[in-house]
Write a new protein. Structure first.
Lengths: 456, 450
């Protein structure tokens, strides 16, 4: 019966041609593991994707970077898959894999030739059931994480400003403002007991979602999932961190970046509640500002004023986008600009762009273009089984509604000019704004600090 | 009914499934434009790529980076459309078009909602045939490219690649991975028109269209309508394939304050059409091509020296390079170099094990299969085959070629191309911290990083 239902939906998709509908089957195991299956047999490939409902914002004081360190430990072996087995087995079966730590969730995933599905399920279930937690592995992974920090942050221009300094400035609640990659001091302090406790608390089946997308046979997949995951014991529901932020107030700072050669600025505004009408409106404002070569930032700032060189913006930038955004977080942007402008001028130019929306709204033609572009981008993003699996898991963990994968676009396309104008007026004001200027070169000596700003 | 599965052992699974590539239909217009169509109706989208034999190796000697600038400026204005017109028309059809240039090929391409394909083709033809290189756009692009180059020079990985390619490719134009400040200054509208008019001719191009296409005849009529009147012209010859013999050399680019060293070790190797290619390709996977490779297991997992350590093949049309890359903290530069050099040596001195070989073949076959999931992944493969001058059955036979590689072939190819006795070594880092430990590997030439 389920099959018939699914194939009817697919038939509709073909007839409509413009809409792409992803089939979804959702159920739970007795231990609380939520499972989402989505069949697509175009290419004999399957993505196995697990999202755990814990991220870096759940860390405790003195343990910054712990969620990420733990993610590394998940690749260090389990009872029947000793250290090294995970990487080796996935690749020997023709697959790719990785894991990522995010502010509000942590994900682990494999894409494999479809008939290798059991390999992915075996590996994921073995580590969910019986992770190897040893002092040796922990010491080794502390070094790997430190090396990752040196490579991806400490040696790169802008990175330290963005991942360490920006959250401190933009957020007042420590859960949101602390470094997600962590300090060396806190990483060193992490103990084997910390790792074991974190594992037991958060890496339980009832705190996770398992998604399979690709060339699967649903009954066979269900049987395999039950075999591998069915008897992993559930745990008490973990406490969710209190992320609430006090009322926003304007903040600003300058970060002197010894590695940077081009000046930059980060600007952010506390964003709306996820799934509120304003959330969809701010997402559309972001499309108007930044999507494609006819976006406002491109036409007005890069071309018109010739001040900005590059820009990026997102709900929850730099860690999330509008899809996996979870409030409280900022609608934030990062702009690199030419040295003949000052950071203050760039901030003003951005605020002027916002003012145009606040005062004049958006005309029907421009909004229609933005909608079409968004529709195309969202369909393009559905192509790989991995991306679909990630979207399904995200909507399940953040909203409890994987079916949003087929509904979000319509909600965005329904946003009206009046809603856009109202959201800009309420959210994107200087009174709520945080600004981090990134100045080129090391911090000047005290005697010349007065000139520092003029050097931007 | 309940089958018992032994959860203490990895599951037994069948071999990686065979997959038949969607058929590739190829034709040529009278003006010489090669048209390649691939039906892929999975999503209501079409991906389009127009590729010219006009990559950066065709840059005039004094203008490195010109091809890239021309590619970027194609979409910035035509005889009848401003940048804004092009951008707004693209948005209104849910489309994108971008130009970029690789060492061999200049490509302008994008994707679009399937129902709007005719309009995207109209825009593609307009930017390819009628680009006008407006003076204000040329000036802006020059200014912004210089700032972007400054930003690139603040990244150690970029500095290392830039110096490495310069040393390995010698006098061949492949030596440039980016323009120079001076070459950007010298570029003008005239040089762009000259490059455009001589290189962007239909007989020097391949148009790939892939996705939910209209019926074959309707699609071809559409192509003829938009591109049929395009005039052919003499296609410029590529530069001579003169590459200096590889020789041992060590260059340290001094970047004071660096907390780690960026290390590149490699030399000229082979192109995709060389008999040594597939053995080297599979050998590379075993040596450093992923998280179960020798380099990863030893240098990262066992020794904990690096987060990233890998080997790779840079495969261009007229030359190839085999290299190992890692970034390590300052205090382990010496031992990390020893470890990497040891692996480069060893893979040429003894045959790989049967298990290593089977695993690597499976890995490369599976990754190839996975790459075909998306339109852009499939288009990359088709584009590669056509623009690199590979045989028409290259993709069809790719997996079979990988499967046929023998251990002695890998050892022989690795001995020739991974053995570090003639390797160029480039290290980017703080000379005051890592200069000394490097000396034991040979004469070190120290230069200031840009």
């Amino acid at each position: 019966m389920r099959y018939l239902f699914v194939s009817l939906i697919l038939l509709c998709a073909v007839v409509q041609a413009a809409q792409t509908v992803i089939p979804i089957e959702k159920y739970s195991l007795k231990n609380g593991l939520r499972v989402i299956l989505s069949r697509d047999n175009a290419v004999p490939v399957v993505s196995v994707y697990i999202m755990y409902d814990v991220g870096a914002r759940a860390e405790e004081k003195g343990r910054t970077g712990f969620a990420h360190l733990f993610e590394h430990m998940m690749f260090e072996g389990s009872a029947h898959a000793p250290k090294g087995t995970h990487f080796k087995l996935i690749q020997a079966n023709g697959g790719t894999m990785n894991g990522q730590t995010h502010p509000d969730y942590t994900d682990y995933f494999e894409t494999l030739p479809a008939n290798k599905l059991a390999v992915g399920l075996w590996l994921e279930s073995d580590r969910m059931r019986s992770l190897n937690i040893t002092a040796e592995n922990l010491a080794n992974q502390k070094e790997a994480v430190k090396q990752e920090r040196r490579l991806r942050f400490d040696s790169q221009p802008y990175s330290t400003a963005i991942v360490d300094r920006w959250p401190e400035l933009a957020y007042q609640n420590w859960q949101n403002s602390h470094s997600l990659i962590g300090s060396f001091e806190d990483l060193n302090a992490a103990s084997v007991e910390d790792v074991a406790k974190f594992f037991k608390t958060y890496y339980a089946p009832d705190n996770a979602v398992l998604v399979l997308v690709g060339d699967i046979q649903i009954p066979e997949a269900k049987k395999l999932i039950e075999t591998y995951f069915g008897d992993i014991p559930s745990q008490p529901k973990p406490r969710t961190p209190d992320l609430a932020e006090p009322s926003p107030k304007p903040r600003s700072d300058i970060y002197h970046d010894a590695l940077a050669k081009v000046p930059g600025v980060v600007i952010g505004y506390p964003g709306p509640a996820r799934n509120s009408p304003d959330y969809f409106a701010i997402t559309m404002i972001d499309v108007l500002f930044t999507a494609g070569p006819s976006s406002r930032f491109q036409l007005d700032l890069v071309k018109g004023k010739q001040s900005v060189i590059q820009y990026q913006a997102d709900l929850g930038w730099p860690f999330t986008n509008s899809v996996d955004y979870k409030d409280p977080a900022d609608y934030a942007m990062f702009l690199l600009y030419k040295p003949n402008f000052t950071g203050d001028q760039i901030v003003q130019q951005v605020q002027d762009e916002i003012a145009k929306i606040q005062n004049d709204g958006v005309d029907a033609k421009e909004l229609e273009r933005a909608r079409t572009l968004l529709r195309s981008e969202r369909i393009t993003a559905l192509q790989s089984s991995f991306q679909r699996a990630k979207l399904l898991a995200t909507y399940e963990v953040l909203d409890g509604k994987p079916e949003y994968i087929n509904q979000e676009l319509d909600k965005l396309l329904a946003v009206t000019p009046a809603q856009i104008q109202a959201a800009a007026k309420h959210y994107l004001t200087p009174e709520r704004r945080s600004v981090l200027q990134i100045a080129v070169g090391p911090k000047p000596q005290p005697s010349s600090s007065g000139a520092a700003k003029g050097d931007n | 009914m309940a089958q018992t599965i032994d959860r203490t052992k990895p599951p037994e699974t069948p071999p990686i499934p065979a997959y038949k590539m969607p058929p590739i239909h190829e034709t040529k217009l009278p003006n010489g434009l090669t048209v390649v169509l691939v039906e892929d109706p999975r999503f209501p989208l079409v991906t389009v790529r127009l590729s010219f034999q006009a990559g950066s190796k065709f840059d005039p000697k004094e203008l490195p980076g010109l091809s890239g600038m021309v590619a970027g400026l194609l979409t910035q204005g035509t005889k009848t459309r401003s940048f804004r017109d092009i951008g707004e028309e693209l948005a209104s059809i849910g489309g994108s078009l971008d130009g970029h240039s690789s060492p061999d090929v200049l490509t302008v391409g994008g994707n679009v909602l399937a129902e709007n394909l005719p309009k995207l083709l109209e825009l593609l033809a307009d930017v390819a045939l009628n680009a006008s290189f407006p003076e204000n756009e040329v000036q802006l692009r020059k200014q912004n490219r210089k700032q972007a180059l400054l930003a690139q020079h603040s990244q150690p990985a970029f500095l290392a690649s830039e110096k490495f390619d310069e040393l390995v490719f010698g006098d061949h134009p492949y030596r440039y991975i980016a323009p120079t400040m001076e070459s950007i200054d010298r570029m003008d509208q005239k040089s762009m028109f000259e490059f455009h008019d001589s290189h962007l001719v239909p007989n020097n191009a391949v148009l790939v269209m892939l996705g939910k296409l209209p019926a074959r005849n309707a699609t071809l009529n559409l192509v003829r309508e938009k591109f049929g009147s395009w005039k052919e012209g003499p296609a410029p010859a590529p530069p001579a394939k003169d590459f200096a013999a590889s020789k041992k050399q060590i260059v340290l680019l001094d970047r004071p304050g660096s907390v780690q060293a960026d290390i590149h070790i490699g030399r000229l190797a082979v192109t995709r059409t060389d008999p040594d290619y597939f053995p080297l390709f599979v050998g590379n996977a075993i040596l450093g091509g992923g998280a179960s490779s020798r380099l990863f297991n030893d240098v990262r997992e066992e020794k904990g020296f690096a987060y990233d350590v890998h080997s790779e093949l840079d495969r261009r049309k007229d030359a190839g390079v085999a290299l190992a890359v890692t970034q390590v903290r300052n205090d382990v530069v010496g031992p990390a170099m020893d470890a990497v050099l040891g692996h480069l040596e060893r893979i040429g001195n003894a045959p790989v094990t049967a298990a290593e070989l089977t695993d690597a073949k499976n890995y490369m076959s599976g990754v190839f299969l996975i790459s075909l999931e998306t339109q852009s992944g499939l288009a990359d493969q088709v584009d590669l085959m056509k623009s690199m001058g590979l045989p028409d059955d290259y993709l069809e036979k790719f997996t079979a070629h990988v499967r046929s590689v023998e251990p002695d072939q890998i050892q022989a190819a690795a001995k020739k191309y991974f053995a570090p006795d003639q390797a160029t070594i480039v290290v980017v880092g703080d000379a005051s911290k890592i200069g000394k430990p490097l000396e034991k590997f040979g004469t070190v030439q120290v230069e200031k990083a840009k």
